[in-house]
Ligand binder design. Structure first.
Ligand SMILES: C[S@@+](CC[C@H](N)C(=O)[O-])C[C@H]1O[C@@H](n2cnc3c(N)ncnc32)[C@H](O)[C@@H]1O
Length: 431
């Protein structure tokens, strides 16, 4: 009699896990045993007892290695540089990750999904606070504001400002008025002043500035604030004063801020709120003023911003910004980069661009998508290729557009390979 051994393939899972003390990051991984993997996280040596790992999402898939790879590729810009399986986390990103996994062709079924906890970040309303209706707001507006509050309240570290600004010719500041139009301006306590304001105050003389103007936004994280608490701090030569004009919100698009931008400003320098980046870039670029700002590292492959890079209205500054401080002054991961229209000389990152003959580019870094478009990775550039090809944000940040290449399409390029969506890029061509 013949015996057949039946072998049942172990199940394969994809999970998103988070440590309680690291709310701005999550890990996305694969395993055959969800329970054991969670135990491993919680038993890691050197881990604090208070730092509890919990699943945010788990699901069963076919071919977990493939799904994990596709996630890595899709969200490469959102992965932490050093430990590549760590991704930035907020409720919006979380929705993106799980939608990507749930709609993946190898997805089988969902096992667990954590309810959105962001709702709890809304401040408790005192009885004296006017109702939403009285303030002309829908609940949706408040929820959107709450979800955005986290990221908009990330503060730039002094050292990141120093590192970037030290790269520019000092003469650009001479006799100039600098406007920090998204700053918490200057507080009596240095600890509560924005690092931008502090930097320019400390270096006012050295840079030979004429004037520094910092706007304090009245909204901030006080979601239910309805007063107009905006104010302006000015240092004009030796004089320093603070103004709270009636009805001034401190917003960069407040009529008074726009007037200062148009009439007084030479250079704008700040880290604007991420949630308002599209409006902010439009205003600053249309103003025709010089600027040096921090924004999302993926802007060069994001449709709303691509036309500015294409038309040479903006280019990358020198550095990326990997960390910010949250309102509790704790270090949080970031995916920021400096962007500017000030002259950038001898960009050190040119050295990362590998401009060589197409035939010499390693196979794994050149692929053709389902449309026949050439995609190159790892900053390889085919020097003898005359047709358009697709590159990642990193290639643009490393200065490709200053090396005889131009962007040829106003929107991002989303390649598909064997029907599968790969991460966004931008189409470029040799001039
Ligand atoms: C990403 S934080 C950066 C703060 C500061 N510039 C820094 O780099 O440390 C963005 C800041 O913009 C403020 N803000 C939010 N909406 C604003 C608006 N409409 N106009 C001006 N500032 C705003 C936030 O309160 C927050 O302080």
């Amino acid at each position: 009699m013949e015996h057949t051994l039946t072998y049942s393939k172990p199940k394969e899972y994809i999970y998103i896990v988070q440590a309680s003390l690291e709310p701005t990051r999550c890990k996305i991984g694969k395993t055959n045993d969800l329970e054991r993997r969670l135990k491993e996280y919680n038993n890691m040596t050197g881990k604090s007892k208070n730092n509890i790992y919990q699943y945010l999402f788990t699901c069963e898939v076919n071919d977990m290695a493939q799904v994990e790879n596709d996630i890595k590729e899709k969200y490469s810009a959102l992965r932490e540089e050093k430990s590549r399986e760590i991704y930035f986390y907020n409720s919006e990103l979380f929705k993106h990750y799980i939608t990507f996994i749930q709609t993946h062709t190898l997805f089988i079924k969902e096992l667990f999904i954590k309810a959105d906890d962001k709702i709890q970040t809304v401040k408790i309303v005192k009885r004296t606070t006017p109702s939403l209706k009285e303030r002309g707001l829908a609940f949706k507006d408040i929820m959107q504001k709450a979800q955005k509050a986290d990221n908009d309240e990330f503060y730039t570290r002094y050292e990141d400002i120093e590192k970037e600004l030290s790269m520019y010719d000092k003469n650009i500041w001479k006799y100039k008025t600098v406007f920090c139009n998204c700053d918490d301006a200057v507080d009596d306590d240095e600890k509560n002043s924005s690092a931008f304001a502090l930097y320019f105050l400390r270096n006012f003389k050295e840079l030979e500035l004429s004037k520094l103007i910092c706007a304090h936004y009245g909204g901030g994280i006080d979601l239910f604030n309805q007063g107009t608490k905006g104010y302006i701090f000015t240092k004009d030569g030796f004089r320093e004063f603070r103004d709270s004009p009636k009805d001034y919100t401190g917003s960069f698009d407040d009529p008074l801020s726009l007037k200062i931008l148009r009439e007084d400003t030479d250079i704008v320098c700040t880290n604007p709120p991420f949630s308002r980046a599209i409006d902010y870039w439009k205003i600053i670029i249309e103003s025709g003023k010089k600027f040096l700002i921090i924004s999302n590292i993926a802007n060069p492959v994001t449709t709303a911003f691509i036309p500015y890079f294409k038309d040479n209205k903006v280019w990358a500054g020198y550095n990326r910004v990997d960390y910010f401080l949250n309102p509790k002054k704790q270090l949080v991961d970031a995916a920021g980069h400096w962007f500017t229209n000030l002259p950038v000389k001898n960009r050190p990152k040119y050295k990362h661009l590998k401009i060589i003959l197409l035939k010499d580019i390693p196979e794994k870094y050149k692929r053709y998508d389902d449309e026949g478009m050439l995609l190159v990775d790892n900053c390889y550039i085919p020097s003898n290729y005359k047709n358009p090809f697709a590159v990642s944000t990193r290639t643009i940040l490393n200065g490709l557009l200053e090396k005889g290449y131009k962007i040829i399409q106003d929107k991002k390029y989303e390649p598909f390979i064997n029907g599968k969506n790969c991460f966004a890029r931008v189409l470029v061509q040799k001039v």
